[in-house]
Design a protein around this ligand. Structure first.
Ligand SMILES: [Zn+2]
Length: 251
């Protein structure tokens, strides 16, 4: 098989020891998607590759690109780290969950398009001290479409009303206006303010959401709502999510 030598720009997010001193590292890139690189000898003390493959490193990696299965890392250029993501337990946990979630939304080597920018945006925001919970909720809502779930949040799914009070209905795949609450007794029974947050973080471009601030009880309610949307429509069980939930119990 012919392997092409290629420069890719991306973020490292999962590492695993492989054979003797070799390392497997996952990288998320824009055009070449998410794939695993084999780094020969990266775990040897003298290897220069190891430091460029720490979690949350980003930069330009030069790989023998395969297009499926493993690609091989040859060298790297200009690799940096998102400050503080690696050392801070909470930030690390949120960032790991976000990357894990994105990883599950795409096939290997599948072009991520705007979702790469979304991921990078989220990591930058979390690294620079923006509330990681809110950033994570934004990613979760915006990523629904990548999982093939596209809830209607612009207007009532039944009548198209786009003003007034709404509630979220999983059965109907979107929001209901007050007049149509009766069509789903199992609707989420969210407060209007909470639905407004879900709509905002789903509908607005993420670049405009970087400084959104929401009080903690609303944030807790939208967290529960988003978790339920994921459970009932996608149903993936991620260890990184479980860990995050456990951390929150300690709060
Ligand atoms: Zn309606």
């Amino acid at each position: 098989m012919v392997r092409e030598l290629k420069e890719v720009e991306g973020i490292i997010f999962k590492r695993q020891k492989y054979h003797d001193a070799d390392l497997l590292a996952k990288i998320i890139t824009e055009k070449n998607g998410i794939f695993t690189m084999l780094a020969h000898g990266a775990l040897k003390p003298k290897s220069k590759l190891g430091a460029a493959l720490l979690n949350f490193s980003y930069g330009t990696y030069v790989v023998y690109f395969s297009g499926h299965g493993l690609s091989t890392l040859r060298t790297y250029k200009n690799v940096e780290q998102f400050d503080g993501l690696y050392d801070d337990l909470i930030k690390n946990a949120y960032a790991s969950f976000i990357l894990d979630l994105v990883d599950h939304a795409f096939m290997e080597y599948q072009n991520l398009g705007k979702y790469y920018d979304l991921t990078k945006f989220a990591l930058q925001k979390i690294a620079s001290g923006t509330d990681p919970e809110m950033i994570t909720q934004i990613v979760q809502m915006q990523l629904l479409a990548a999982f093939g779930v596209e809830p209607e949040l612009r207007h009532c799914v039944i009548c198209g009303q786009d003003q007034g009070e709404f509630d979220y209905s999983i059965k109907n795949g979107g929001i209901l206006c007050k007049k149509h609450f009766y069509t789903d007794p199992d609707r989420m029974h969210l407060k209007p303010k909470e639905v407004a947050v879900l709509r905002t973080i789903f509908l607005l471009p993420f670049e405009r959401l970087g400084s959104i601030k929401i009080n903690s009880s609303t944030k807790k309610a939208t967290r529960k709502a988003i978790d339920r949307i994921y459970q009932d429509t996608i149903d993936i069980n991620l260890k990184t999510k479980k860990f995050l939930d456990e951390l929150k119990l300690m709060d």
